[in-house]
Design a protein around this ligand. Sequence first.
Ligand code: ZN
Ligand code: ZN
Length: 358
Amino acid sequence: MDYARRQSAMRKQVEELRLDALLVAHLPNIRYLCGFTGSAAVLCLGLGRPVFFTDGRYTAQAHEEVAGARVVIRKGSPLLAAAQFAQKNKLRSLGIEAAHMTVASRAALRRALGGRARLRDVGPVVEELRMIKDAGEMALIREAVNLGARLLNTALPAIRPGVAETEIAAELEYAARRAGAQAMSFETIVAAGPRSAMPHGAASAALIPRRGFVILDFGVILHGYCSDMTRTVHVGKIPAGDRRMYNAVREAQQAAVDAVRAGVACGQVDRAARNGLYRAGWARYFTHSTGHGVGLEIHEPPRLGRGQTELLRPGMVVTVEPGVYLPGRGGVRIEDMLLVTGGGCEVLTPAPRDLIEL
Ligand code: ZN
Ligand code: ZN
C-alpha cells in the first residue's frame, strides 16, 4: 500500500488547517495511513515524521506493520501517550476526529494537555482521502467482492421451507471463514416471508415459509476490505403481484446503476432509483438511502441519499441497493458494489440479478 502518498496528503492537510499536528484515533483511518491492524493506537501526524503510539500488547505487531512512522510503545492509553508527546514538543494546535472520540476521552485528552493546547475537530478529512480507492485497494476489494458473491451459491441450497434463518446465516458464515474471510462485514441478514419487509432483519429463529421472499444481505472482510451484497430469492411459486414488485426493484436498481458516473451528484443516483419505483407506484415503500461507500469500513462516505450534493469521482466504490418493503407482506432488495469510472461504472458484484425461484 502507498502509505507515503497517504501520509504526505495528510501532512498537506495539517499545513492547510494550520495545525501543529493531527491526532488520528479512528482505527480504520490509522490502518489506512500506516498499515497497523491492532485495536489500540493513535497516530500523530505533524509536519515531520509521523509518530505512532500503542501499548505493550502490540509491540511486535506495530514494529512489523507500521509503515512510515516512528513507533512508540507506552503503558496505558495511546491517546494520553500522544498528549504527553504533544506537551513535550510544544504542539499547541491539535486536530482531532470528534466523530470518533467519546466525550470522556476528549475530556481526558484536554486534562492531559493541561490547558496549554487547543483541540480542533477536523471532521472526516481522512475519510475524504479514503473515498478514492487506489490500485492496491481495488485489488483487495475485488477479492472480497468475489469471495462474498461465491457464498450465495452455498446459501441457496440451504433455503428450504422449515429451515431457520439462522441456519442459512450459519452456512454462509461457515463457508466464508473456510474460504479465508477474517469476519463478516456486518451481522448477516436473512429475512424470510413477512420478515423480508424489515430492511435490517438480522437472521432470527424464524423459519423459511412454504412461499415468500427471502432477503439475503451479507458481506465478508478479506485483507481488511469489506464486501456487501443483497439478493432476494422467492421460495415456491411467485404470485404475479410479487413478481411485479421484484421487477420494479430490479429496474430501479438498474436505473440507479446506469446513473452512476464521475461528476454526477450522489443525490442524483438516489433520485434515479426513486423515480423508477415512483413510476411503478412503490416509491413510498422505499424507506432508506440508495447506497453508501464501502472499503475498510462497511459504511463510509460517500452516501447515496436524497439531496446529497457530493459528486461521484473515479475510484469511488459504492453500493446501489434500492428496496421495497410492504409491512406484513414482504420485501425485495437488490444490492451490488460498483466502481465509479470516468465514463460510468463497473459493476463489481458478479452474481446475476434476475429472480431466483427456489
Ligand atoms: Zn448490504
Ligand atoms: Zn449496503
